[in-house]
Design a protein around this ligand. Structure first.
Ligand code: B12
Ligand code: SF4
Length: 436
């Protein structure tokens, strides 16, 4: 029986997401510990069994669990409790966004001995090797060509300096993994893939962002892999759209957040306005890249009229490009941002947000979903509905789609049989899984 210095665990990040990205949150720290000469093992709750977890715990001196705020935090609590139950002497730690943002609350949990609160562990290392290969083989490929984003959007936890990865490293690493695994699609999860401005020593340096996309594109064409990612609207020029289309990019998400200029500029502090987003949408029309326009609703200080501007903007986007995909998430107050303080203080009539005091409490919150989320999703994410309800099964979801369309037209957005639809989708996903 080989002893393990540190067991790194990745809890399920969502209850039902069909996308299962590479668990880089534990693979980078793992590479760092391996470099220090420690014996490391990895557990991914999305794939591995509880029997395996218990066996690994029994052999481990320490366990480090990863979590971002939300469902994953609750799952992390479960794993840490289990570890303490079957091996009381184990050192139990939590890393990731949640531990960084709420260190004192996490440390107060009886089943947490330590926290890992830095933003970055081992991201300068290449976490792919014979030992970690299985994690790359069984997940959806995810990679970062840069980290951080220098903007200061008032709801976002990712604000930090932008740091591009050396393009030669991107080329080498992707080609090594691709040669072994042969993945066909890639998700670049960079918060700001085309930022182009960063600090070298004491000086700010700017690189040509279209050229950076061209360089990434050259690699993706070499390995014949198509990719999706996120991009800011203010980087979209005719040259950028051309570079993206040439680069094997097939899908992008633009964080629009709001259709009201005042709100976007002064409350969200997005650093761009409605005209910029509309301009980007016009340039993307007919480019062959499918764009998902992502919005938020029910934020502190947002008036009904401002939310209506968001709905009108979405109608404009769909008219401009009937293939556009759109989502509206409810604003979720996660700590560590100015908008969170507004939610806790209940400014301008926002229902005061009472933060949970435990990891399980955060895990049980359902913050992002609202009637408007479902109405928008059923109206403007029919790519998903078509995939989930093929053939005759379409009849199951069709009445809800028609209801959503009616409600959207009438701006009747405060009420929807959300739980019914949610249950139907969960059942349908289960059925599809069993059929495959
Ligand atoms: C991919 C992703 C997802 C995937 C899941 C991840 C996966 N592997 O499958 C999906 C799409 C399912 C997802 C869902 C959600 N996500 Co998400 N997601 C991301 C994203 C884009 C990348 C995560 C990632 O892989 N990062 C790369 C790793 C290397 O970074 P990291 O996790 O921070 O880990 C480093 C350190 O934190 C630390 N670390 C982490 N864990 C541990 C553990 C130990 C022991 C140690 C030592 C160190 C350590 O070391 C790592 C290396 O440096 C991030 C944004 C981003 N760019 O990071 C958002 C992000 C994590 N998501 C976020 C959120 C809010 C969500 C959602 C709740 C909502 C949403 N709309 O996005 C949902 C969950 C829904 C639900 N039902 O609860 C927030 C979390 C904020 C917070 N306060 O925690 C982020 C930061 C985005 C944001 N804009 O704020 N997400
Ligand atoms: S531009 Fe996007 S990643 Fe950057 S701070 Fe704003 S919301 Fe966060």
């Amino acid at each position: 029986m080989k002893l393990i210095d540190i067991l790194l665990a990745y809890p399920k990040p969502t209850q039902d997401s069909p996308t299962k990205y590479l668990p880089l949150s534990i693979l980078f720290p793992g590479a760092m510990f391996e470099k220090q000469g420690l014996r490391v093992e990895y557990f991914d709750e999305r794939f591995d069994s509880d029997e395996m977890l218990m066996d690994l715990i029994k052999r481990s001196k320490e366990i480090g669990v990863s979590a971002f705020t939300g469902y994953q935090t609750g799952r992390a609590a479960r794993i840490l409790k289990l570890a303490k139950k079957i091996k009381p002497g184990i050192t139990a730690g939590l890393g990731g966004h949640h531990a960084r943002i709420l260190p004192e609350q996490v440390l107060a949990e009886p089943f947490v001995d330590k926290i890992w609160t830095e933003r970055v562990y081992g991201e300068d290392l290449f976490p792919y090797n014979e030992h970690t290969k299985i994690h790359f083989q069984r997940t959806d490929m995810q990679y970062f060509t840069s980290r951080g984003c220098p903007f200061g959007c008032s709801f976002c936890t990712l604000s930090s300096p932008w740091e591009p990865k050396d393009i030669n490293d991107v080329d080498r690493e992707l080609k090594i993994i691709h040669k072994d695994i042969g993945f066909k699609e890639m998700s670049f999860s960079d918060p700001n893939i085309a930022c182009g401005v960063y600090r070298v020593g004491g000086k700010m340096v700017a690189i040509d962002r279209v050229e950076r996309i061209n360089q990434i594109g050259e690699i993706m064409r070499d390995i014949k892999v198509k990719w999706d990612g996120n991009i800011r609207a203010n980087y979209i020029t005719p040259e950028m759209v051309e570079a993206l289309a040439k680069s094997n990019c097939y899908s992008l998400e633009i964080g629009c957040e709001s259709g009201n200029d005042f709100f976007l500029r002064n409350i969200i502090r997005k650093g761009e306005g409605v005209a910029t987003i509309k301009n980007a949408a016009k340039l993307f029309r007919g480019s062959g890249i499918s764009v998902m326009y992502s919005f938020m609703a029910h934020m502190p200080r947002e008036t009904k009229a401002q939310l209506n501007d968001t709905l009108d903007m979405i109608d404009w986007l769909i008219e401009n490009d009937p293939n556009a995909r759109v989502s509206i998430f409810n604003y979720a107050p996660y700590p560590g941002t100015p908008m969170y303080q507004d939610a806790v203080n209940g400014v301008d009539g926002y229902p005061k947000f009472v933060p949970p005091t435990t990891m399980e409490g955060w895990g049980n919150l359902k913050l992002m979903i609202s009637p408007l989320y479902w109405i928008t999703g059923l109206c403007f994410r029919q790519d998903n509905s078509r995939k989930n309800f093929p053939g005759e099964d379409w009849q199951l979801i069709e009445p809800y789609i028609m209801l959503a369309q009616k409600k959207w037209r009438e701006r009747d957005i405060d009420d929807f049989p959300s739980e019914e639809v949610e249950k139907l989708i969960v059942k349908q996903l289960e059925k599809n899984k069993n059929n495959n």
